[in-house]
Structure formats: structure tokens, C-alpha cells
Write a protein that binds this ligand. Sequence first.
Ligand code: APR
Length: 312
Amino acid sequence: MEKKVTVIGAGNVGATTAQRLAEKELCDVVLIDIADGLAQGKALDLAEAAPIEKHDAGLVGATSYETSAGSDIVIITAGIPRKPGMSRDDLLKTNMNIMKTVTAEAAARSPEAVLIIVSNPLDAMCHVAMETSGFPKNRVMGMAGVLDSARFRTFIAAELNVSVENTHAFVLGGHGDTMVPLPRLSTVAGIPITQLLTEDRIAALVERTRTGGAEIVGLLKTGSAFYAPASAAVEMAEAILKDKKKILPCAVYLEGEYGIRDLFVGVPVKLGRNGIEEIIEIKLTDAESAALRKSADAVKTLVVDMKKLASV
Ligand code: APR
């Protein structure tokens, strides 16, 4: 293939991401994991499915980073997944150290790559990845909003008994309990859901979206969601690989946009060949702005905690 994407972490999210990238024939895929044989085994298994799935994407697995050299995109899913009852923030220290190691290894070999971070706690991990890689802010982003919006869309479609394809939803803010779904800009065939559903029902769907990750963790009992997170990461990668100029909500580094500075927060951006090509500023109501600021404050707390942990 013309393009190459490295996926770090060959666990549930990483392996599913590799599968979707290959089956959509978007690129060759290098799958990397610290666990000996895991990435190699999954890559080989996926490669052996290729004749049946009818694609020619190359798939290799490795524990080291040499084969990742020259990647167009590096998707980082390495980390420890959230267990039931565990908050994303509990994961902070372990995943921070993992993120530092894998980012340094990958960035050294693919200095022109776009980094898509998936590991949680997402917004904090994006900071680590940007600091460690030294990449410009247009080439470091976190996957959260696409997943959160997809969850909201799923619930809207089920509630109204319409195709998910008719739904559109925007979710801003951090990937956590303070995320900010925007019902007034969420539509079904162009009609705002505020004209189709009662306030109570919208509030219920918003709440389910907000706790969507925890709902899956509670059901799975071991591990967290991976099918939808992988789909979301692949949608972002596809927009970049195909230079689609697609507007998607992503966690990006803000420097004054939406009144937020020096923090990764989820906002709509245009994705193309150069990564984040534009941050789209939409006019928010006072209540929405306040909710977004609250969400940004939660990210800030996490970043401060992380800096404290890093100095211990
Ligand atoms: N280098 C490479 N791989 C690593 C490293 C490391 N330093 N540390 C851990 N890993 C690998 C693990 O060996 C494991 O295979 O990361 C993989 C994580 O996979 P899972 O445990 O299956 O977790 P997954 O469900 O894929 O979630 C990964 O994405 O959605 C987030 O919260 C989730 O942070 C978590 C991440």
C-alpha cells in the first residue's frame, strides 16, 4: 500500500483498529506490543484472513519499532484498560509512563507522522505525547469526540427508530464525566433533536452518552470498549490518509480557541493530510460555554496531577 500506519498496543482496541484499517485497505499496518508474540500472532492471523476478506494491506507485528519507520500515522492504544469501578484518572500514572516510552520510540522513527492517541485518560495522554514527541500541535490529537458522538448518535437513532446514518451529533469537551454533548446542534436528517424529543428524553440520552464508557465496562467486567473506539480512530485516520478535510470532534491543543489555553480539549476540527488543518470555533450559548470551561478545568486538574506524579 502507498500509506503506512503503526498501531501501538495489540490489545482489544489496537488489534481491532489494525483489522479495520486493513479491511478498508487504507494502508499497510505495523502492529506493536510489548508482550512477546502478541502483535506478531495477531498480525499474522489478520494477514491470513486477507485472501478471504479480499484486501492487499500488508500486516506485520513486532515488539520493537524498526518496522514502524516512516509511518504516516501512529495510533497509540498501549496501556492498561480501565477495570470496573476504576476511574480513568486511576490509570494516570501507569499509562503516563507507557505513553512516554512508546511515543519516544515511535516519534524517533516516524518524525513526520500524525499521532492519534487513544489510551486513557485521553486528554492527559495527549499532553504526554505532544511533550515527548516534540511534534507540532497539528500532528498530535486524541480520539474521544468521534466515539462520544457515535454513542450519542446510536442512542438518538434507537430512540427515534431511524437509521443511524440520518443522525449527526456533536460532543465537545474532555473525554470523561464532564463531556459536553450539544443537543441543539445534534440532528436527525438536519432537524435538531430539540424539535423531536422532550427535554427529559434528551437529558436521559445525554446522560447515557456521558457514562457510555462505564456502561460497557460494567457489562464486560474485564476490559473496556473496543469496537467503537477502534472505528472512531479509523475514521480519523481515514480522513487524514485520504486528505478528506473532514470535520470531526477531536481532542486538540487549544491556544485561546473557545477561551481555553494550553490544554487538550475536544472541539470540532478539520482533518486532512496535515493532521489538524483548522480548529472550527462554533458559537456556544452561555450554558454550553460554562460546561466546556468546566470540562477544560477537569482536564487541567488531571494535567496538574500528572505533573505532580511525574516529579515523584
Ligand atoms: N508498549 C507496547 N504495548 C504495551 C505497553 C508498552 N509499553 N504497555 C502495555 N502495552 C500493551 C499491552 O500489552 C496490551 O496488549 O497495550 C495493550 C492494551 O491492550 P488491552 O489491555 O486489550 O486494552 P484495550 O482495551 O485495547 O485499551 C487500550 O485504549 O480505550 C483505551 O482505556 C483504554 O487506555 C486503554 C487503551
